[in-house]
Design a protein around this ligand. Structure first.
Ligand SMILES: *Cc1c(COP(=O)(O)O)cnc(C)c1O
Length: 366
């Protein structure tokens, strides 16, 4: 065919999502499998969000509110900041793509930690950016090395806090030191998709009113602690001038009506949030204890997921776990060929996972 695709598009590696449950069950001829592969909320969606969705169903023939007026106001109130600093998106993935579209031209540089969330890489490549991938140090973001590769052509730096897939945090002190080194033309994006789960008091948290006059963007999502991954809604907090630019390039109805209604209700559902945090924190303790019994190496996390070194090819362990009806994520594509990532499930799901892992790794003991 005659049409031409830029090299930078051809070089993109597709995002490989966690397998959907139904597909797995069909493929393997099993039922009641558990998915612990995409860091989703095991409790399901916020019940208050479900009620709000029910109420919105009869208005589905209408376009959504393109400005997301009510949701933006609720987010502003929740964070104690003005509405002009907020941009809502079709998941925070959408905000990542919009930031890159507004700020990056082909040949510009974007600094990304590695391994981290794959969408930074994919979206930056799609814009023809040159990527400076900075390896983690001791499983955490190496902010000194990231600052050191910033130059006149750098447009964006991505920080994932806590980091996916390692679960490690950036401290407030390390971040302040890093920001002091940033030239003014660089926009720093802090992706806080898992910030609600973090218990370490040192953990950086951005998006406060004092941050609004800096070239700093905070990303939040309703996909994780609020249990709304399937609806696709997230937001960014940023300087008003940058928000204005994102509004120019976004789709006019980028957040659908059900997602808007659900997200407003989810922010009010403090009970659900607390239940989720309680479940995840207790689940982590149970999983750590189980892995200690198996003598496996794992990495403590500030999120709802963590890495385990299974000491053999992760891809094989992943496949064998599927036969036990347990879906985890192989970390091969993230540069950890013997690591799997697992997220906390319900109590019974965590136990299923531990049993399956034991059977897969220590078949002689069974
Ligand atoms: C899950 C996740 C997101 C959320 O993406 P959505 O598009 O809002 O679902 C963002 N960043 C990281 C690091 C994540 O793991």
């Amino acid at each position: 065919m005659k049409f031409s695709i830029p090299d930078y598009i051809q070089s993109i590696e597709s995002y490989v999502p966690g397998k959907p449950l139904e597909e797995l069950e069909r493929e393997y001829g099993i039922s009641d499998s558990v998915k612990l592969a995409s860091n989703e909320n095991p409790l399901g969606p916020s019940p208050m969000a479900l009620v709000a969705i029910q109420k919105s169903l009869t208005a589905l023939h209408r376009y959504p509110d393109g400005a997301g007026h009510r949701l933006v106001h609720r987010i502003a109130e929740f964070n104690g900041i003005p509405t002009e600093n907020i941009v809502i998106g079709n998941g925070s993935d959408d905000i990542i793509a919009l930031l890159i579209r507004a700020l990056v031209q082909p040949g510009d540089r974007v600094v990304i930690p590695r391994p981290s969330f794959l969408m930074y890489n994919i979206s930056a490549k799609a814009a023809g950016a040159v990527i400076d991938a900075v390896p983690l140090k001791d499983m955490a973001m190496d902010l000194d090395a990231m600052a050191a590769c910033v130059d006149d052509t750098t447009r964006l730096v991505f920080i994932c806090n806590p980091n996916n897939p390692t679960g490690t945090i950036v401290s407030q002190t390390a971040f302040d030191r890093f920001m002091a080194r940033m030239p003014e033309h660089v926009v720093v994006v802090v992706d806080e998709a898992y910030i609600e789960f973090a218990r370490d008091p040192e953990c950086l948290k951005t998006g406060r009113s004092a941050d609004l006059d800096r070239p700093l963007v905070t990303l939040r999502t309703f996909s994780k602690v609020y249990g709304l991954a399937g609806l696709r809604v997230g937001y960014g907090i940023m300087p008003a001038m940058l928000a204005e630019m994102l509004h120019r390039v976004r789709q006019p109805f980028n957040v659908n009506a059900l997602a808007q209604a659900a997200a407003i209700a989810a922010l009010d559902d403090a009970d659900f949030l607390n239940q989720t945090l309680d479940l995840v924190h207790r689940g982590l303790d149970a999983l750590y204890a189980g892995l200690d019994r198996l003598g496996l190496t794992y990495y403590n996390t500030q999120t709802n997921f963590f890495l385990i070194d299974v000491g053999q090819p992760a891809q094989t362990v992943f496949e064998k776990m599927l036969h036990h009806g347990v879906i985890v994520r192989s970390m091969k594509a993230y540069g950890f060929p013997t690591y799997i990532r697992v997220n906390v499930g319900l109590e019974g799901e965590n136990q299923r996972f531990l049993k399956a892992l034991e059977a897969v790794l220590f078949p002689d003991k069974a």
